[in-house]
Design a protein around this ligand. Structure first.
Ligand SMILES: C[S@@+](CC[C@H](N)C(=O)[O-])C[C@H]1O[C@@H](n2cnc3c(N)ncnc32)[C@H](O)[C@@H]1O
Length: 331
């Protein structure tokens, strides 16, 4: 259940590495992103959220997602509160500068005073001095599925928010939240995958892939978009292959291609253009994640692909502007 790995600090602190039994992920999102968030949850964990939470044996860095706020690595769980505390004590965690947080899961009715008391109870099961301001380690408890859970808490890293200030954007750019979700859905969290942004525009999706440590290449037929993508990548010091090219002329292969299909006055989409881009991308990658405002499912199936997952995203306050996202694999 756990290993004692070292005991060499002057005041004989015992650092205990706890082996998690499973992981609890807590999500948050604006109402109009619920479908998008569930798409991501299905692709990362194979299940949808329940009360904005997923319990899973799959270990994922919370920062891969724009919606995951925390990951709790559960190493003690029990329905009986006293037994729960005994089990934590039994771990013998001996450590200074820790803090215990209370994760409020939707449906947990404990009031603030009760939550504080529970935090204190658990704090007293850890041998050492807490540090509430600058903790070295954050533990957390939560009440989920009629069980008390305890473990190490890992919080999201929001550094990616800085991409909202990228030097170049344009009216057709996709939002950073959707772009980040496209990367997590395309990669399914596997950091070794090679991604392609087939119609990269100013590189919004590429920035999210780069910050999350994925290898991604991008391509755009439009010289202005290509140069803006180049400058955006440079601005954040990211390295990625970028091609000023028609997608049909790429020669390398990739695991998954993300395609944010062109639309509106500046880049009019017809079925022919969609067919051209989708069939060209399918020749470079076996898995596609396609975004369009038009229903291009017939184009996808005509290209020899089957849709394995799907979601729509409504633009906040603009219910008529709906993006559709298809996750496609070979038939
Ligand atoms: C909706 S925009 C993509 C926006 C991008 N996701 C962003 O956030 O900046 C579609 C892009 O597809 C590009 N495009 C159109 N046909 C293409 C083709 N055959 N090969 C590569 N890019 C193409 C357009 O120049 C346009 O920049």
């Amino acid at each position: 259940m756990f290993w004692v790995v070292s005991c060499h600090i002057s005041y004989a602190l015992i650092i205990v590495i706890l082996k998690p039994l499973y992981f609890i992920y807590s999500f948050n999102y604006d109402y109009h992103h619920e479908e998008l968030c569930n798409l991501e949850s299905r692709q990362l964990f194979g299940v949808e959220m329940n009360h904005k939470v997923v319990s899973s044996e799959v270990k994922m860095d919370p920062s891969i997602s724009p919606f995951i706020r925390n990951r709790l690595d559960v190493c003690v769980a029990d329905a009986d509160y006293d037994l729960f505390l005994d089990k934590i004590k039994y771990l013998g965690i001996t450590l200074h500068d820790f803090v215990v947080e209370y994760l409020v899961i939707e449906g947990d009715v404990a009031n603030k005073a009760t939550r504080r008391a529970r935090q204190k109870d658990v704090g007293y099961c850890i041998y050492g001095r807490p540090d509430f301001k600058n903790p070295l380690i954050t533990y957390a408890i939560c009440y989920l599925n009629e069980s008390w859970c305890f473990g190490i808490l890992h919080k999201e890293d929001i550094t990616w928010h800085r991409h909202r200030q990228k030097p170049h954007s344009f009216s057709n750019s996709i939002g950073t939240i959707i772009a980040k979700t496209l990367v997590s859905v395309a990669s399914q969290g596997h950091t070794a995958v090679k991604l392609l942004d087939a119609c990269c525009g100013v590189g919004t999706v590429m920035l999210e892939a780069c910050i999350a440590g994925f290898r991604i290449a991008g391509c755009d037929i439009n010289p202005r978009a290509y140069h803006h993508a180049l400058q955006n990548l440079k601005f954040y010091d990211y390295e990625a292959e970028l091609y000023h090219s028609d997608i049909k002329d790429l020669t390398q292969t990739y695991d998954t291609a993300i395609i944010d299909l062109p639309y509106n006055l500046y880049s009019l989409t017809t079925d022919n253009i969609a067919t051209h881009i989708i069939t060209s991308a399918a020749a470079r990658a076996s898995r596609l994640v396609v975004v369009s405002i038009a229903d291009i499912e017939p184009v996808i199936t005509a290209a020899g692909l089957r849709v394995v997952d799907y979601a729509t995203v409504v633009k906040r306050g603009k219910s008529l502007f709906t993006r559709k996202i298809w996750v496609c694999e070979p038939q």
